[in-house]
Write a protein that binds this ligand. Structure first.
Ligand SMILES: C[S@@+](CC[C@H](N)C(=O)[O-])C[C@H]1O[C@@H](n2cnc3c(N)ncnc32)[C@H](O)[C@@H]1O
Length: 309
């Protein structure tokens, strides 16, 4: 997975005037802040450029994986408008455009340089430059998304307002860390208690069976651009973005029968899957003796429903 070609070109043009040394410094500052669980101040051209090169492809890939699943689970539900809160440079909206192409988009972002990047990347979207924690009500939209924004704003009460604004569904995505999952778990409890129906990733609305120090997260593989590799002095031309999420809806949908919550382990004649089921966490050992199940397990990945649709 990588950002669409025209977007990569726009990012290259925006980043070029910053120059490699300043970009490298900014990238190190942004990475260090994320590593230490701090919120980086993105409000400079160099730091925004660093975000566009090193983080946006990954958050786009995570949102794409989540929204593909949400689109599938929502079935024929019409989604004609999307609200993206804490939108940054528009990664989640860009992904949503792929799956909800008939929608119009509203983005809320407080940082002027990030908002400007979003304007360039999503020329058809409406961009509101505002602090979303100060809004008592969000404008109602069919689909509301908060991607990598809730934990940064550190205001749990926003979840109820996001839900109020969601006419069809709400999606919250956070980094796939214990801390990110903590935000997701709290949001999940509040939303289910407010009458929301589970869409994904959980197979049901029962209590989450994953207990500390375990946490529910998934991974999206992202191709690194050569500039990204140079900035990170990385050899690999890809990285795995870890994310946690919850998606809920106003109407009930059919959730996954179970979901694969670890990378599957393959050995000759055997695939082992850790799955989350309505009964709790279960290990599936698929062997060649059961051909259909073995084949299904072999083509399933971390984060997929099991058995596949
Ligand atoms: C980690 S970035 C994520 C951006 C984007 N959603 C993505 O997935 O790439 C978090 C964004 O939320 C914005 N943000 C954080 N708190 C905010 C607030 N209170 N009001 C508006 N935007 C906020 C930040 O400025 C930043 O652009």
């Amino acid at each position: 997975m990588q950002l669409p070609e025209p977007v990569r070109r726009k990012i290259e043009e925006r980043v070029a005037p910053v120059g490699f040394p300043a970009l490298k410094r900014a990238s190190a500052e942004v990475s260090e802040a994320y590593r230490e669980g701090r919120t980086p101040t993105l409000g400079t051209a160099a730091r925004t450029a660093a975000y566009l090169v090193t983080r946006m492809p990954a958050t786009f890939a995570a949102a794409d994986a989540v929204l593909r699943e949400v689109r599938e689970r929502l079935g024929s539900a019409k989604v004609e408008s999307v609200l993206d809160v804490g939108a940054g440079s528009g990664a989640a909206s860009l992904a949503a455009q792929r799956w909800f192409s008939e929608s119009r988009f509203t983005l809320i972002e407080r940082d002027a340089i990030m908002a400007d990047a979003a304007r360039e990347i999503l020329p058809g979207a409406r961009i509101r430059m505002e602090d979303f924690t100060r809004l008592e009500r969000f404008p109602p939209h069919d689909l509301v998304i908060a991607a990598y924004a809730l934990g940064e704003a550190r205001r749990p009460e926003v979840v109820a307002r996001l839900w109020e604004a969601a006419r069809v569904a709400l999606v919250v995505i956070e980094p796939g860390t214990p801390r990110g999952f903590g935000w997701i778990l709290d949001a999940r409890s509040l939303l289910l208690a407010s009458g929301a129906y589970m869409v994904a990733p959980c197979p049901g609305a029962g209590p989450c069976p994953l207990a500390d120090p375990d946490w529910c997260h998934f991974a999206a593989r992202v191709e690194r651009t050569s500039l990204h590799r140079r900035l990170k002095q990385a050899e690999l031309n890809y990285e795995d973005e870890k994310f946690s999420y919850v998606a809920v809806a106003r109407e009930s949908v059919t959730p996954a029968a179970s979901r694969i919550i670890r990378r599957p382990r393959h050995s000759p004649g055997l695939v082992v899957l850790e799955t989350c089921t309505p009964r709790g966490v279960e290990t599936v050992r698929a062997t060649q003796r059961d051909r259909d199940r073995f084949r299904a397990a072999r083509r399933s990945g971390w984060g997929d429903p099991f058995p596949p649709a």
